[in-house]
Design a protein around this ligand. Structure first.
Ligand SMILES: Cc1cc2nc3c(=O)[nH]c(=O)nc-3n(C[C@H](O)[C@H](O)[C@H](O)COP(=O)(O)OP(=O)(O)OC[C@H]3O[C@@H](n4cnc5c(N)ncnc54)[C@H](O)[C@@H]3O)c2cc1C
Length: 517
């Protein structure tokens, strides 16, 4: 299709109306004198109960609102993992489980260490207080009897403190019901779009949301990014121009993908694909992080009560290494038998059951995202290099997780519910066998991050500075999970929302008017 010359200009162009993008767009348009266009690849979430009802989250994965990215071959892990990324306003906050953890002070300290000057806990905490999402503990009516008994059994088996309100103060260990961003009265999401965009999108003339519109290339004038080349749902191609700045909020997969397609990234890779390299930035796509997890499944004696917020309402953090500044093993407890991965290697799904999913809060394996084609339609390659760290810290963590899960399962009051361990099964006991099982059925907690990481200006693999500006370019910043230099020990969504708030602050505060000339 020939490119058409249609052009629109706004002060700011935000690419991606997802978790961070919703925050940035809503905050910038608080000033009626500032115009913002949001380029969002997906449709609106308004009036879509299948999206807005938190408990229906599993039904969205792999469907028409999911970009559904495969992973490359993972010789030490599970090559079949599909990475869900939401194609809808609100981004992944519109199809995730909305578990809400403020990153721990030790998480921010790691960022500062990595070159994110000014991102320490004391500086970041006010952004948490500013969040508009309705963050509340799992409501009493949603606390399932078996989840309550998991909390009691885990507390007894591990001796960690019982926590009521994980965000009240920093913790290293604890078990309890999560805080969630939801409205308990009707199980409605308090996603980024619900909390930030719905109240303002019909009343702010300075906010334009271009839905079902895909950004496929950045426009540059020398070192300055001037706008975004987009394709609308009906195939019209046009340039959306930013008088001030373009803010990339397309997420940890699509932000580096867009930069690479625009010729911004490792020069040799780009040249090899026939993409003219306009700015050599070796870190784009590097440092691909995630929280991998494994799973243990038990059959229960019978059906489990129905009530729940989203079927994984409680969890456990332990710290095996007393020298670790934060938790080094985390578990989600699922009130469902989560057998998708075990079934592939021959296990059966029990009629009724529960699961524990131990995950690695601070994985040491680092992966890489790269393009395999200059064609913007071709999905990027995601090579997480799961379980490849030198000392096998990651694999060993999951083995410890299975052993601790078994101790909890054999402790009352949980033990009384459980008929048998379905997978890996009681006969699988040796370190090597457990490791083999844990890695072969490994899954993701869906937390990809780090592919355009923050770092100091002299750090060759940093993509943005602490002000979120892309190194070596003008008129462009990044605000999404891709800027994470390291992954928080906890679930990352609140950290992403806080990045959005901080970015808006950087763009609007008087000492930094956002005119990035
Ligand atoms: C199934 C699932 C469950 C999860 N559960 C939790 C949880 O309970 N708690 C937690 O803390 N974290 C959770 N996460 C992780 C968390 O949701 C993400 O880390 C976070 O939402 C990422 O935010 P983001 O702003 O970086 O990207 P996103 O929210 O993915 O936003 C990116 C947006 O950009 C749009 N976009 C992308 N490319 C383009 C383009 N080229 N042109 C136009 N638009 C584009 C997308 O449509 C999307 O709306 C979960 C994730 C998933 C997938």
């Amino acid at each position: 299709m020939p490119e058409q010359d249609e052009q629109e200009t706004y002060d700011y162009v935000v690419v991606g109306g997802g978790t961070a993008g919703s925050v940035v767009a809503a905050r910038l348009t608080e000033d009626p004198g500032v115009s913002v266009a949001v380029i969002e690849g997906g449709p609106s979430d308004v009036d879509r109960p299948e999206v807005l009802t938190l408990r229906r989250w599993l039904g969205l994965l792999g469907g028409e609102l999911d970009y559904d990215y495969p992973t490359t071959e993972q010789p030490r892990g599970n090559s079949h993992i599909r990475h869900s990324r939401a194609r809808v306003l609100g981004g992944c906050s519109s199809h995730n489980t909305l578990i809400s953890f403020k990153p721990l002070p030790s998480d921010w300290a790691e960022w500062v260490e990595a070159g994110a000057e000014g991102w320490d806990a004391a500086a970041m905490d006010p952004y948490y207080d500013r969040l508009l999402n309705n963050i509340v503990p799992v409501d009493e009516k949603d606390r399932n009897a078996i989840a309550r008994d998991f909390v009691d059994a885990a507390q007894r088996a591990t001796g960690v403190p019982r926590v009521e309100g994980f965000n009240k103060k920093p913790f290293t260990e604890g078990v309890g019901f999560f805080d969630l961003a939801y409205h308990p009265e009707d199980n409605k999401r308090s996603s980024a779009s619900v909390a930030y965009l719905h109240p303002v999108m019909d009343v702010r003339p300075n906010l334009t949301i271009l839905l079902e519109t895909w950004a496929y290339r950045l426009e540059l004038d020398g070192e300055r990014v001037t706008g975004v080349r987009v394709r609308t749902a009906d195939g019209v191609e046009k340039t959306v121009t930013a008088a001030r700045e373009v803010v990339l909020c397309a997420g940890a997969v699509d932000t580096p993908r867009l930069l690479l397609l625009s010729g911004i990234g490792p020069k040799d890779d780009l040249t090899g694909l026939g993409i003219p390299a306009v700015h050599d930035l070796p870190g784009v796509g590097e440092n691909l992080l995630d929280h991998p997890e494994s799973v243990i499944v038990w059959e229960t004696h019978g059906p489990i009560p129905e009530n729940s917020a989203m079927d994984s309402d409680a969890g456990l953090f332990v710290r095996r290494d007393p020298g670790s500044p934060g938790p080094d093993l985390m578990f989600h407890f699922y009130q469902i038998p989560f057998t998708d991965n075990p079934e592939r290697i021959g296990y059966e799904k029990p009629p009724y059951g529960v699961s524990m999913t131990p995950n690695i809060p601070k994985p040491r394996s680092r992966g890489r995202l790269y393009l395999t084609s200059a064609d913007p339609e071709v999905k990027p390659a995601l090579d997480f290099r799961y379980f490849t760290d030198e000392d096998d810290h990651d694999g060993r963590t999951l083995v410890d997780g299975i052993r601790i899960a078994r101790e909890i399962a054999s402790t009352e009051p949980l033990a009384n519910w459980l008929k048998r361990e379905v997978c890996p099964g009681p006969d699988v006991t040796g370190d090597e066998e457990l490791s083999e099982y844990a890695r072969k059925v490994a899954h993701t907690v869906y937390h990809p991050a780090g592919t355009c990481r923050i770092g100091a200006p002299d750090d060759p693999n940093a993509v943005v500075g602490p002000d979120l500006r892309v190194h070596g370019l003008r008129g462009v910043r990044i605000a999404d999970a891709s800027v994470f230099p390291t992954i928080p020990a906890v679930n990352p969504m609140i950290g992403v929302l806080m990045v959005g708030e901080k970015c808006a602050d950087l763009l609007t505060r008087p000492t930094n008017p956002g005119v990035d000339a």
